[in-house]
Ligand binder design. Sequence first.
Ligand SMILES: [Ca+2]
Ligand SMILES: [Ca+2]
Length: 128
Amino acid sequence: MVRRSAGQLLLGLLAAGPLAGGGAAVAAEVSGADLQRSARLAYFGGFDRNADGRVDVEEYLDYLRAGFDHLDRNGNGRIDDDELPAGARRSVSRERRGHEQAVRRAFHRLDTDGNGWLDIRELTSPPR
Ligand SMILES: [Ca+2]
Ligand SMILES: [Ca+2]
């Protein structure tokens, strides 16, 4: 069993959300380097809303905020116990504010060349 970072697990969970556009199948395959190219493109496209071929921190935040909102079914800004997917207890930042900070940290970890954008390789690479 591959150990996944919190960020990776979160992405897998959130990619199953409504914005993924057929992303449920993609999410099931989100495991980093072994993603098929078409799945990687679909996954990347879910983030890259303006389709400029790169994902900036706002696009990344928007996507994962939508995922947070999807999990936060009662809209109270918290992911409560009964809203957490099974197996995610320690992996999802459950307060909106903490979630956004975690997402920003995840973004900067993925941005391995430090240029402020994620390309498809960075976005789909395994967590370090
Ligand atoms: Ca973009
Ligand atoms: Ca980059």
